[in-house]
Write a protein that binds this ligand. Structure first.
Ligand code: NIG
Ligand code: FE
Length: 424
């Protein structure tokens, strides 16, 4: 008999229960909050959610009680765009940018993604898992229970497989859930500088078949950008990926209006990510093709830019907006979804409720897991967080602090704040 746990005494149980699809328009503001709510968890899954009085009747003798202490209880964040497996860090480039260099200038002189590729190629799978565990702890302690995880710092068959196997190991060995994405087309490796199509062919003919055969990825992504892959190359790679049964995601219009959003729409991708430079035509194309935009304000902030994606226009157009960290060692070194909520509200004028929907249920749908995670309801995974707050808006309002007090992934305690840090 699996163990049961009753979560009681919540100030707000933010359930996100609603239509069984990504939320759009006014529905983004409906968090389905139960004041003074309670929840029963049996093993890995949620058994009941409701008002305290209804739930109390269901609490049996064997049930362990978890007193939330009048705190907010919410689904774990679903971070739908991360690059969490890499070797080395790039604090040197951060310092150069602080002194005036741009991300593109640093990349053009051999830094950027290529510098992380050099370090990652030199690392063993074990080294990558070890580094990845440190970041897994960071995700969990900020309240994230699922991450989409991209490869892309190997750019050879063996190095890409090594990263994807490290992601699999992290999924098996940590409480964090990883949804793997193959990003062999993250950058053109310097050794292929004058042989672009040869590299594209390598991705299509050698990497993709192995990744699919070994079931190492659920999605394929391409960095579609002037400095990386053209729309035509993106098209070639993603069409091949679709033939292997992979879902599609695109790094689109990040540094320029590269046409990535249009390609994502034409290919019916699950998501188009970044979109800092997408124009109204691109937004309309995403809407027509039901592609979800994944907005990454952490990378805009960390690159010292002020060109945030047009979140309000996307919401007005009826798109199922998603927010994610883009955690990576270059453009967005943060694992913190609460930081992203803050940026979404202050810089993109999303409301706290819209931001929370984008960071949970909409992110879950963008990963094809809307029926499993992203809200607190019967039958879903017991991925929930008790935050040190009595009102959900505090998560976006107080910034630069860690809110999570207890984090549960599939019913297992994955992070607990130390006694000295807890509210008396
Ligand atoms: O999403 N744009 C491409 N990829 C990452 C950056 C990776 C890096 O700088 O290492 C991004 O911002
Ligand atoms: Fe990215």
């Amino acid at each position: 008999m699996p163990e049961t746990l009753a979560v009681v005494n919540c100030s707000q149980l933010v359930t996100l229960v609603g239509a069984k699809r990504a939320r759009t328009g006014g529905d983004l503001r409906q968090l389905a909050i139960i004041e003074d709510g309670a929840m029963i968890v049996r093993g890995e899954y949620i058994e009941a959610v409701g008002r305290r009085r209804e739930i109390e009747k269901l609490i049996g003798d064997q049930c362990e009680l978890l007193d939330a202490g009048r705190r907010v209880v919410m689904p774990g964040f679903v971070d739908a765009h991360t690059h969490p497996v890499f070797a080395g860090i790039r604090a040197n480039e951060f310092e150069q940018r602080a002194s005036g260099a741009t991300y593109r200038e640093i990349a053009a002189r051999g830094g950027g993604i290529r510098s992380t590729v050099r370090a990652t190629r030199n690392a063993s799978q074990n080294d990558l898992v070890k580094a990845g565990k440190r970041y897994a702890d960071w995700f969990l302690r900020t309240g994230t229970t699922t991450v989409e995880a991209k490869s892309g710092y190997g750019l050879t068959l063996e190095d890409e497989l090594k990263i994807l196997r490290a992601i699999k190991a992290l999924n098996d060995e940590t409480p964090l859930r990883y949804v793997p994405t193959f990003l062999g087309a993250h950058d053109l490796p310097s050794e292929y500088k004058s042989r672009r199509q040869t590299y594209v062919n390598l991705v299509i003919n050698e990497m993709l078949p192995r990744v699919a055969e070994e079931k190492l990825a659920e999605y394929c992504d391409v960095f579609c950008e002037e400095d990386a892959f053209t729309t035509d190359e993106t098209w070639q790679i993603l069409s091949a990926a679709r033939c292997h049964g992979l879902g599609l995601r695109v790094h689109a219009d990040q540094l320029s209006l590269s046409g990535g959003a249009k390609v994502a729409a034409e290919l019916n991708a699950a998501t188009a990510d970044h979109l800092e430079n997408t124009d109204p035509t691109g937004i309309a194309a995403l809407k027509a093709a039901k592609v979800q935009p994944v907005l990454l304000p952490g990378s805009v902030y960390a690159l010292g830019s002020n060109r945030y994606p047009a979140a309000r226009q996307m919401i007005d157009a009826g798109l199922g907006v998603v927010l994610a960290t883009d955690f990576n060692p270059g453009s967005s070194p943060t694992p913190s979804m609460p930081m992203i909520l803050s940026l979404a509200c202050t810089q993109m004028k999303m409301t706290p409720a819209e931001a929370i929907s984008a960071a949970t249920i909409n992110a879950a749908y963008s990963l094809g897991r809307g029926d499993e995670i992203g809200s607190l309801e019967k039958g879903k995974r017991a991925d929930f967080v008790i935050h040190e707050a009595s009102d959900y808006r505090e998560l976006a309002y107080f910034f630069g602090i860690e809110h999570a007090w207890r984090v549960y992934a599939s019913g297992i305690l994955a992070f607990s704040r130390g006694v000295s840090e807890a509210r008396a």
